[in-house]
Write a protein that binds this ligand. Structure first.
Ligand SMILES: [Zn+2]
Length: 155
């Protein structure tokens, strides 16, 4: 069983490595990540949140679609929307984050096939949140230093 990594564990600040060959190891990790996401009632989970430094993430916002993303990258974005976000790795912290409304994302699927995804609203937001994780970026990084200090001193 994997462990859910929480702030301020430095693993969360590291950039993840891209995956060159998708195989059994990734399949196994996806299974464990999906389980972890559902167990914690999350709508997304990135590999560093379970201590793995790989560009992999899962998303399920409850619309009967489970996304498994490998090396996801935003190729198009438009619009902006601000919404409150939480993160399984930073419990009880909710922050207003401004993000694009619609995005086009290229990634590999669980079979190593290149796929392009066009998503909007909460799905786009969640995918972007997970891509941030793969770059070592957390929701608290969207705050100015004073606000961040005030929020995190309570933790
Ligand atoms: Zn998160």
């Amino acid at each position: 069983m994997l462990e859910l990594i929480k702030y301020p564990n430095p693993i969360l600040k590291k950039k993840c490595s891209p995956i060159t060959i998708v195989g059994g190891e990734e399949e196994d990790l996806f299974q464990k990540m999906v389980k972890m996401m559902y167990l914690n009632r999350g709508i997304g989970l990135a590999a560093p949140q379970v201590g793995i430094n790989k560009q992999m993430a899962v998303v399920d916002i409850g619309d009967k679609r489970l996304l498994k993303l490998i090396n996801p990258a935003v190729v198009e974005a438009d619009g902006t929307e601000e919404m409150e976000e939480g993160c399984l790795s930073i419990p009880d912290v909710y922050i207003q984050v401004k993000r694009p409304k619609r995005i086009k994302v290229k990634s590999l699927d669980e079979n190593g096939q290149e796929t392009t995804l066009e998503v909007s609203g909460l799905m786009a937001r969640t995918v972007l949140h997970e891509i941030d994780h793969l770059k070592g970026r957390l929701i608290i990084d969207y705050l100015n230093p004073i606000k961040r200090f005030l929020i995190l001193k309570k933790k």
